[in-house]
Design a protein around this ligand. Sequence first.
Ligand code: NAD
Length: 374
Amino acid sequence: MKMDDGSVKVFTGYRVQHNVTRGPGKGGIRYHPDVNLDEVRALSMWMTWKAAVVNIPFGGAKGGIQCDPKSMSSQELEGMTRRFTWEIAMMIGPDQDIPAPDVYTNPQVMAWIMDTYSILKGYTVHGVVTGKPLELGGSLGRLEATGKGVFITAQEAARRLNIPIEGARVVVQGCGNVGGIAAQYFDKAGAKVIAISDSRGGVYNKNGLNTSSILDCKKRYSCLITPEAKTGEEITNEELLELDCDILVPSALENQITRKNAPKIKAKIIAEGANGPTTPEADEILHDRGIFVVPDILANAGGVTVSYFEWVQNLQELLWNEEEISERLTGILKRSFAEALNISKKEKVDMRTAALILGIGRVVEATKLRGIYP
Ligand code: NAD
């Protein structure tokens, strides 16, 4: 594509469909320098199990472009998004594969995808992406859905461990769509968010932070602490993960909790806002240490659930209100949590294995029912 200075640059983008047995592919699009085929492939598989865990009729897909969005102008991001949409247009669509936002993509990016796809079709196609702006067929509650879902599932875990949410000490890594919103839900429920971070590091205050003012600072000055408004101490992302707390919410990128830091984690509950924040080796250590992990395919499934609501509303040209959406989302997540917990007790396995038994089991059942053609 043409950059602002007139030069031509080549970007590599991916769209992977992992499994479409239970319905059209569904999954976000990520803009990040580390995007690569293996990562997108793995993330698309996560989406297959996630949609099955919450029992919504989608398969798994994911996409991304290897780029540094922070160094690009809005015009360049729009150009790159439109060109990418054009390249993958033959493999996406409301009945085929429905992208959504992920790391460093947002409702504006979804609007550009929807517009480019609609121009190719010759008519407006709302249902080709979810996470759109409200003015373009987006759903109420979609922006908050993933963070809210992280809060709901962490709350279910806390109830099981008899940890009152009010006064619980919460640490959040990442303050984007997932982490920032989850932090605000914890704050509103009376929990104490004692640390939060972005890619450059975090802010820590053992007495609790005012999450709204920190996120406002991030929005206005692109940083969590300004020299004028010191709300807490600076802390690195590594230190943040090892803080003494009740609930840890990794909501940035994958592979944050590893064999190295897992023995030092002090949280009682880990609610995985990000996809894949815990490595398999770390997972075993956490399990042996009795830390209750709400796995990503359950903890962050609120996003795909409300994406499903958005798609249903688009196909039927309906508009649901916020209460309807919130009630349906809470119902689905609580039911899925209970289903996974039952399996975990019955099979004597951790919650990740239980959620995988639930999700993979549903895909297996659907595959058997469809049979082999011819
Ligand atoms: P986002 O772009 O809105 O926010 C990402 C956040 O992570 C930012 O605060 C950024 O500063 C921070 N970050 C980036 N690199 C970091 C690093 N190295 N260390 C610490 N922080 C870092 O993205 P998002 O939508 O909030 O996604 C975050 C995670 O949640 C990803 O793993 C994504 O796949 C997953 N997820 C997102 C959704 C959704 O609906 N947006 C749904 C399910 C899962």
